[in-house]
Design a binder for this molecule. Structure first.
Ligand SMILES: Cc1ncc(COP(=O)(O)O)c(C=O)c1O
Length: 310
């Protein structure tokens, strides 16, 4: 077990970890009714500071999720950004960390979902980013559990309750001896992993399911598309058939705290030669450089004030 952080942030205040609690009688606890983001704070190459990667985009996505859920977020982006910075600083993180920002539905009448009758709030949890990298790659299956369709519970909405769906797929994959799963849609197209977007490479072209394929519109996914295009690589967003995973030369996953993870087999079919491919490695390195580069001011928000990091 990793050590608990010292502080959390709850409804406008830094609180001791033990006091970072919501009542059991809240819709957040009872039904998982929240919208959330996990923002990475990465240590720069020079070690001068930690920088949030694409904080603005994360807050924009939080606003979209909350809008669809008719969940009022009672803080401005500036207030949320300042709170996230303060929480990381108060916990004294000097290495990579992740901040989970959660807008939640609180207490309301029994059996009512009317937003105007339910309190809302925000809490944040900051933790060291210890998620193990898997440079050797993942062995994944395609899941029998299908990704939620947009007409039922849109995956582009990052709602806590949506994770019941991907959790089923991930647990089943592990029970069956795989590292993780790729979920397909009800129509059979490739969507994403439980906590990551998926890319494949076919004849030098990098392909990822388009935003209408039933995916979370990943911030790392967009960063890879941007970086790949800057590098002159052909990057295509389009529907992807399941069997293309078996035909691909390379497959990889992208997510906030881990970056790029190679996938070396799908349903026990080896991907290419069964080892991480060259474009996967190049794009992974480009992303790693970008998240640790404070000169990318459009993407990097400093956590500590200058001089506060030793
Ligand atoms: C379902 C799902 N897809 C994709 C991702 C990757 O998104 P991002 O790159 O914004 O972290 C996540 C992140 O946790 C996720 O939960």
């Amino acid at each position: 077990m990793t050590q608990a952080p010292r502080y959390g942030w709850l409804d406008g205040r830094i609180v001791d970890w033990a006091d970072a609690c919501l009542h059991v009688d809240t819709q957040c606890v009872l039904g998982g009714l929240n919208a959330y983001e996990v923002v990475g704070a990465f240590r720069s190459r020079a070690g001068d500071n930690l920088y949030f990667f694409r904080l603005h985009e994360h807050l924009q996505r939080l606003r979209l999720s909350a809008k669809v859920m008719r969940l009022a977020v009672p803080y401005s982006d500036e207030e949320l950004g300042a709170a996230a910075r303060r929480l990381v600083a108060m916990n004294g993180f000097r290495e990579d960390a992740g901040v989970r920002i959660v807008a939640y539905f609180g207490a309301g009448p029994v059996f009512s979902y009317r937003p105007e009758e339910i309190t809302t709030g925000v809490f944040m949890v900051a933790k060291a980013a210890t998620a193990g990298r898997r440079p050797g790659g993942l062995h994944v299956c395609t899941s029998g559990w299908q990704r939620l369709p947009d007409i039922a519970a849109p995956p582009r909405v990052k709602a806590g309750a949506n994770y019941h769906n991907v959790r089923l797929a991930q647990i089943q994959a592990k029970v069956d001896g795989y590292d993780d799963a790729i979920l397909t849609s009800v129509a059979g197209n490739v969507c994403e992993l439980p906590l990551a977007n998926v890319f494949l490479v076919r004849s030098g072209v990098v392909v990822t399911p388009d935003v209408a394929s039933g995916i979370l519109e990943g911030i790392t996914r967009q960063a890879i598309l941007d970086l790949g295009r800057e590098m002159g690589i052909t990057m295509v967003e389009r529907p992807v058939d399941r069997s293309e995973l078996y035909a691909a030369d390379e497959v990889f996953a992208t997510t906030t705290l881990v970056g790029v993870t190679p996938i070396v087999s799908v349903d026990r079919y080896p991907v290419g030669p069964g080892a991480p491919g060259p474009l996967t490695v190049r794009l992974g390195k480009a992303l790693d450089d970008a998240v640790r580069n404070p000169a990318h001011t459009r993407w990097a928000t400093p956590v500590y004030d200058a001089g506060d990091v030793s």
